[in-house]
Design a protein around this ligand. Structure first.
Ligand SMILES: O=P(O)(O)OC[C@H]1O[C@](O)(COP(=O)(O)O)[C@@H](O)[C@@H]1O
Ligand SMILES: [Mg+2]
Length: 273
């Protein structure tokens, strides 16, 4: 079999497409495999979790990662991987996988169904592909750069015109934020200011779940402050591929369904304590 002729742009693009198809299949399979583990444990009432100074870790985190990580490593041994439990695996390609077996560990441990397995793939540091599976509700999202977001295999967008007084916004902060008094004050100020602006603010403990709701127009905004890497790639790819209006300044990132909504949310979120 002859390989693609890389001097020909068409061949090169076809090869990239094929790679992407393969990566999407593996990303989907990985989140579904982890999700099956989480669903079984959730239904069994698994509440085995340790609350440390820096994090909560459920037994489910490790068990779910053990189902998904080998799939990724075996399929793309040359790609770099960061897995929330196992850590860093270096690679020689421009691709980096971010594997979060259980986004929403606190929710899972509390018996709330708001949790997901997620995978993001970056190329040269930029989000390229993301897959999210919510086991409790059996819902799947996939986003690809320049190719939109699909929810249950159908394209979706962040469009929606409920208006600011009826809007719901999810706030996302990284795990350092509550543990750093200055960052905590600022994030409290952001939430407080948004609360005075829109109908409802959801402090997200499962950012990929709320990013999915935003990407299909069910909630109207996302305000992200100092996010963790695992969730940031998914949130930002979902928002841009869902056609959202976006603004960023330093550690603050706000996405809304349209420009007028964004202007109002941005004004509220850039508050200083
Ligand atoms: O208090 P903890 O355990 O660090 O959890 C807070 C973290 O939980 C999250 O909501 C989700 O993180 P997980 O993927 O670890 O569940 C993060 O956004 C947040 O930083
Ligand atoms: Mg997470």
């Amino acid at each position: 079999m002859t390989g693609p002729d890389l001097d020909r742009v068409d061949d090169f693009e076809a090869m990239e497409r094929d790679d992407l198809e393969a990566m999407e299949s593996v990303a989907r399979a990985a989140v579904l495999a982890a999700g099956a583990e989480l669903r079984d444990r959730y239904r069994d009432g698994d509440d085995d979790a340790e609350y440390g100074a820096h994090d909560v870790k459920a037994a489910a985190d490790e068990a779910a990662e053990a189902r998904m990580l080998p799939l990724v490593r075996r399929s793309f041994p040359d790609h770099a991987v960061f897995a929330e439990e196992a850590g860093e695996f270096p690679g020689s390609e421009p691709y980096r996988w971010i594997v979060d077996p259980l986004d929403g560990t606190n929710d899972f441990a509390a018996g709330l169904p708001t949790f997901a397995s997620s995978v993001a793939v970056l190329r040269d540091g930029e989000p390229l592909l993301a897959a999210v599976y919510q086991p409790a509700t059996d819902e799947t999202y996939v986003a690809r750069r320049d190719d939109g977001v699909r929810y249950e295999c159908e394209p979706v967008t962040a469009a929606g015109d409920v208006g600011i007084p009826a809007a719901t916004v999810a706030t996302i902060v990284g795990r350092d934020v509550p543990r750093d008094p200055d960052l905590a004050r600022r994030s409290d100020a952001i939430r407080g200011s948004l609360r005075e602006t829109v109908k409802r603010v959801i402090p997200s403990w499962a950012p990929t779940v709320h990013s999915g709701l935003f990407a299909r127009g069910r909630i109207q905004g996302i305000a992200q402050f100092h996010p963790d890497e695992e969730e940031r790639a998914v949130t930002e790819l979902f928002a841009s591929e869902a056609g959202a209006a976006i603004r960023r300044e330093g550690p603050l990132y706000v996405a809304a369904a349209d420009e007028p909504t964004l202007a109002t949310l941005w004004e509220a979120a850039r508050v200083e304590p």
